[in-house]
Design a protein around this ligand. Structure first.
Ligand code: MG
Ligand code: ZN
Length: 223
């Protein structure tokens, strides 16, 4: 029984990976960078996105795919920025998959789009198992969650291209070993960048913006 369950999961994931590769090809042809943002609920995905959109929306064509279990609270916030946004309501589902994202992308005008951000469902467990066709994975961990999260959810941190440590402004109130943290991440994932940010005070956000623009330049050079 266990092996049957495993092979079903394998089939689902390989069909998903195929769809994701196809999506990446489509985005590459249009010179679009897609970034998948993952974290637990409450780490600051929507706040990070709101600031990122305000920073870039006059310079680049930005579109957002909002993954939500039930409500449209986050999607409504994003739409208030007057950019194209599509909400995927998973109806209780705990992650997005490549098909859902592809259907959302079909609704954007790709000729007017430079960057697509995905706000994944707030969940560190299985979101990282599903390749969505993005070029970069950004994982947010906030200070109140504790510095042991990477040990508890190693897959998530192994799949990250960048780890944003958010709410750095509340560091004095928590036992979060910030000095040791970058090395901890390197242990799981030697190529991941680690950035300390506060979406509240704006600290470190310039580095996040530069990281995004570096990703865009990299794309344009390749294609
Ligand atoms: Mg959110
Ligand atoms: Zn899931």
């Amino acid at each position: 029984m266990a092996s049957k369950t495993l092979s079903i999961k394998k089939n689902i994931l390989s069909a998903n990976a195929e769809k994701a590769d196809e999506t990446r090809g489509l985005l590459d042809n249009s010179n679009i960078l897609m970034i998948n943002i993952m974290s637990s609920p409450g780490s600051g995905k929507t706040s990070l996105l709101m600031q990122t959109i305000s920073h870039f929306k006059d310079k680049y064509g930005i579109a957002v795919i909002e993954g939500d279990v039930a409500s449209s609270i986050d999607a409504d916030k994003i739409l208030s920025q007057s950019i194209p946004a599509v909400q995927i309501n998973t109806g209780g589902g705990c992650h997005l998959d490549a098909n859902m994202v592809r259907n959302a992308i079909e609704k954007f005008d790709l000729n007017k789009t430079d960057i697509i951000f995905i706000e994944n469902v707030g969940n560190l467990v299985c979101t990282a198992d599903f390749d969505l066709g993005s070029h970069k994975n950004a994982v947010i961990l906030s200070i109140p969650e504790g510095d042991d999260k990477p040990r508890k959810y190693p897959t998530m941190f192994a799949e990250a291209d960048i780890v944003l440590v958010n709410k750095i402004d509340v560091l004095p109130h928590f036992d979060f070993d910030i000095a040791a943290f970058p090395e901890l991440i390197t242990g799981f994932n030697p190529s991941a960048d680690v950035l300390l940010v506060s979406t509240k005070t704006g600290e470190g956000m310039d580095k996040w913006f530069s990281w995004i623009e570096a990703g865009l330049k990299e794309k344009i050079k390749i294609h």
